[in-house]
Design a protein around this ligand. Sequence first.
Ligand code: NAI
Length: 777
Amino acid sequence: MTVKDIFETMDYGAAPEAAGDALAWITDQGARFGCFIDGAFAAPGETFETKSPATGEVLAEITQATQADVDAAVNAARRAQGKWARLGGKGRARYLYALARLLQKHARLLAVLETMDNGKPIREARDIDVPLAQRHFYHHAGMAQLMDAELPGREALGVCGQIIPWNFPLLMLAWKVAPALAMGNTVVLKPAEWTSLTALCFADLCRQAGLPKGVVNIVTGDGAVGEMIVASDVDKIAFTGSTEVGRKIRAATAGRGIPLTLELGGKSPYIVFEDADIDSAVEGLVDAIWFNGGQVCCAGSRLLVQEGISEAFHTKLRARMDKLRIGNPLDKSIDVGAIVDPEQKNRIAALVDASDGVIHRAACAVPDGCYYPPTLITGLSTASPLMQEEVFGPVLVSTTFRTPAEAAEVANNTRYGLAASVWSENINTALDVAPKLAAGVVWVNGTNMFDAAAPFGGVRESGFGREGGWEGLQAYTKPVAKPKALKPVAALKGEDAEPQPVDRTAKLYIGGKQARPDGGYARNIFDKRGRLIGQAPIANRKDVRNAVEAARAAKGWAGASAHNRAQILYYIAENLAARADEFAARIDLTTGGSKGAAEVEAAISRLFTYGAWADKFDGRVAQAPMRGLAVALREPCGVIAALCPDAFPLLGLVSCMAPAIAMGNRTVLVASEPFPLVATDFYQVLETSDVPAGVVNILTGAASELAPTLASHVDIEAVWSFCGADVAQTIEAGAAGNLKRTWTERTARDWMGDVGEGREFLEAATEVKTVWVPYGA
Ligand code: NAI
């Protein structure tokens, strides 16, 4: 081609990045990789090929780890953990810093390896994946340094099992490994089977950094190896991948008493208002859906355009996508690379081919092989599979809306809730819609922005837990405490001879009203001398459903001002104080104890505590290294169901209710099973304290019988349980359905003490929403 030819077409020339160093690194390692266990590469076992999706060439052989490999890795991590934790935050910071430096030093090698193994454009691997991974290690080196001073009373969980996907192999490793190590954990990590190379290269860097052996272990292989990790003796599982596998992991870990974080799929809306800067919004869309070929969990894969500009916007969009360059990902001027594997390409093609929408494929030349053209689909109904299902490819679906209210409604019409983008030049419009979106991350006039300091994660079926920032560290620490066994608390016994008619029993409290139990059944309640002191209703599934419905209907509570919520908590405290003696006597009578007065006093104080917290548990502004702020806000979860502790019939109920309503949630509370009558008295206090109907609903009955209904109810966002291991198991297994958040405690808590209240409860009662706003731009 001559210069004249070039001027005639104005085509880009090829600008390939050299693959030599990366290939040499693979050859140096023997091109057959064993797992990295206890500080060394084990001999390769049975292997499978890892291929470059762009060329189909075999890059290396990777070991399919066996059960023995997983066991060896977990054991090595276990042996290393105590010493690693005792090194102290400042000691560990040096290693994390060394890893960050090594990632920086080998940036080019890692970027090229990533591109060859995954098919993503080198421009992205070089400018996004690798720099963000480095930044994650630098940031968390700092977190390790500050841990002892800033996180007093917190310690490492132990050994963390971590399973990651193929779309950002090195970056997802960094998101998992850096916070875990910083907080004193050791890890067993499994990369995705299609993309193991950068994880193995990272293992090599761990050796170079002199990381103590066993602190990082990498086991390779497919989902079966993932299952082995999940089943192994680890203290935590962190997973990023599909919602389907996330659900399986939730079910598999149910009842094990180990924390779990899930970062799952999405179908994130990209909302463009009429007053948006259209050219910027079109350009943003290129990053939202064609970044990494759309193989991004938070890809802006659902375009919502305001009706008035729809035609003009789509015309510009089609023109822009026709100009995208798709091809050899090692070419520095390529926009869209290869799809990670032919299997994934076939999956994308099948989903698109089954669609009845109007399909526009980019007019750009698409090379043969594992490539899929940028695609836009219009004319779909909201219920169409492509509007609802994650494609995980360069496929954008599009629809329109008329008003901001409709934009939020359409945006939220999905089971997912990972991210959302809002485009408008009017700050009022953008910041009015942002809080209405069910998403863990909202980008205003931007998209796909990430930073180590800014929490990332989803709501709904996009998973739970956050990665990044102070909020992300929570997933890798626990309070320093010696757990005490939870002793069963039995109801007092007596003569069942004198059953009373049901209508003389206490009632349930649903929607601000006293309600008879649906089944009409009640249980006799006795004092310690065996005398009948009353009857408590036995709630059933129908009562649970009614309570949840009432709670859902009380959604205005989330919008009440924090000051207003505080006032109501103080009012409840005041009204309880006015009846303190009566409650103390009732507690003593029903429990057969003598500490009723102290329990009432503690409950009043607890209400004051959360009245105090209601307007103080604020978010945080993360200063990401770009012209914007990431504002991490605390939002209520929605409806929280709590199975309250048995031992403290008043204080236990208040300890669950108060933080939840202080943060704007509505609650369904299951009262102490052995001593329910105190709770049925307590609703009289609520009735006189201006608590809006439906904000607090109280059920009595058997925790084990109500737990399955609560756990599987799709309109409950979170379930807490303080009723021991069996109920915890039921809750966690049932929660796999809609992946609701669970907080299940199986050990005893000192409810009268400081640990009966505070941040731990407030954190459980809130979701973090990270809103990225332009600032100084
Ligand atoms: P996947 O969820 O099956 O794989 C993610 C990781 O989990 C891999 O390391 C895999 O080996 C492992 N894994 C698979 N089955 C497992 C099990 N039963 N127990 C433990 N670990 C297991 O995702 P896959 O099959 O690679 O992709 C399928 C779809 O999932 C994609 O098309 C996309 O829709 C979605 N996906 C979403 C991701 C996200 O970041 N949200 C990432 C990857 C995939």
